[in-house]
Write a protein that binds this ligand. Structure first.
Ligand SMILES: C[S@@+](CC[C@H](N)C(=O)[O-])C[C@H]1O[C@@H](n2cnc3c(N)ncnc32)[C@H](O)[C@@H]1O
Length: 400
């Protein structure tokens, strides 16, 4: 069946129409005429797979990754980075308009390299083969390299293949410092013959047992130093995180904040980035590992005016008042209702909302907009070649 792609959906899939149904097609760009095979059909939608291209878009590029069409980890490798950035700006605009009636300009997405930006990857092993599980399946795509990961990580894949042959590995997490000098390897499985990998890593952890002197790696964002353990959260884009944090810093520098909350603080990375410009900061995160690292990071950066609390944000946020800035950086699920309600009661002068999911951002802005006006929304392409995009939204308390 031949269809013509009219636009892209929020997941980067082509949208067309057939027999009054919407057709979603992976790897199909606007304007392309394609023959499709129907993979799934319901009363309203069809999911199609391209069998043949009658015409291709000038925006289509040759893919770098040999595994792109089977792996499923990336969604937009067939589109140029310039067009990917335009797609992400338009996606943010559309979703915010549709779900929160936000109409302020959103452009100038900050983006750097399309490839080799990740400082962490998670791989699985099946039948001694190392790779990624295809989206929502048990099918493993064996990989020889991953062009999203930095070269320090990619260099470890060949030795890991040998290790996988000699052991029963289940899961592999590789994390490098942003300068690619240190590497942490966290393995799960039955791995008695691990000695060959020891000289190649700074930290080796097998089934939660630390087998090296160090249990963490040291990394940095700008001039700030961070120690990161295997189970702690850290931003994955080794280059663009500095730009993201600099944007938050620029907002902070414009104002004189006295007391700030850094909610969902991870290892304290945002709060610590701001300690020279805010009198007192309290970071909250529910992960023990994150808070242990955050307290070490406080010492590493000699920051006296920040403290960290290990708790669920929604359980402790009601304890706070007289706060003039609240920074939130929640997971994709966004803020829960109680947290938003309490933020609205605390009435900080400013909110900086760092979001990795624009749909939940829109849902939360719809409520926050009752008391706050949106001063700016800046997009950051933290996850090139995928449909994911990050934003920083600055909200200011409306005067009555
Ligand atoms: C997107 S990360 C942000 C981390 C940090 N701001 C950064 O830039 O590295 C989200 C963090 O929220 C934490 N988290 C998720 N749900 C939480 C909750 N209900 N209460 C407290 N922390 C939570 C996770 O442990 C994770 O560290």
């Amino acid at each position: 069946m031949k269809v013509k792609v009219e636009k892209l959906d929020n997941f980067g899939r082509g949208i067309a129409h057939l027999n009054e149904k919407i057709v979603f097609i992976e790897n199909a760009l606007v304007g392309e005429e394609v023959d499709i095979e129907i993979k799934k059909e319901t009363k309203k939608i069809i999911e199609g797979k391209v069998l043949d291209y009658h015409s291709t878009s000038p925006k289509r590029i040759k893919t770098l990754c040999p595994h792109y069409y089977v792996c499923g980890g990336c969604h937009l490798e067939h589109l140029s980075l310039v067009e990917e950035n335009k797609f992400k700006e338009a996606k943010i605009k559309d979703i915010l308009k549709k779900f929160a009636d936000v109409t302020i300009p959103i452009n100038n997405i900050i983006a750097k390299n399309a490839y080799f930006y990740r400082n962490k990857i998670t791989l699985h092993v099946k039948n001694k083969k190392i790779g990624y599980y295809q989206d929502k399946t048990n099918e493993l795509t064996e990989i020889s390299n991953c062009p999203l990961a930095n070269s320090k990580i990619n260099n470890l894949l060949e030795p890991l293949k040998t290790l996988a042959r000699d052991n029963d590995i289940e899961k592999i997490v590789i994390r490098s410092s942003n300068d690619e000098k240190q590497i942490l390897l966290n393995l799960t499985g039955h791995i008695p013959n691990y000695k060959s990998i020891l000289p190649l890593v700074d930290v080796l952890i097998i089934n939660d047992k630390v087998l090296t002197k160090k249990s963490f790696i040291n990394t940095n964002i700008g001039s700030k130093q961070y120690q990161i353990s295997a189970n702690s959260f850290f931003q994955v884009n080794k280059e663009l995180t500095k730009n993201l944090y600099d944007e938050i810093l620029a907002i902070v520098k414009e104002n004189k904040y006295i007391k700030a909350l850094d909610l969902y603080c991870g290892t304290g990375s945002i709060g610590l980035y701001l300690t020279d410009y805010i009198k007192e900061i309290i970071g909250i995160d529910y992960s023990k590992s994150n808070i242990i690292d955050a307290n070490k990071n406080k010492l590493l950066n000699n920051s006296q005016n920040i403290k960290f609390i290990c708790a669920k944000v929604e359980d402790v946020i009601t304890n706070y008042s007289n706060i003039d800035l609240i920074i939130v950086d929640p997971p994709r699920a966004g803020l829960d209702k109680k947290t938003i309600k309490t933020i609205n009661t605390i009435e900080p002068q400013s909110i900086i909302y760092v979001s990795c999911d624009v749909v939940t951002l829109a849902r939360d802005l719809k409520i926050l907009k009752e008391k706050y006006y949106i001063k700016s929304i800046k997009p950051f392409n933290m996850f090139p070649r995928t449909y994911h995009v990050e934003c920083i939204c600055h909200l200011i308390l409306q005067e009555n």
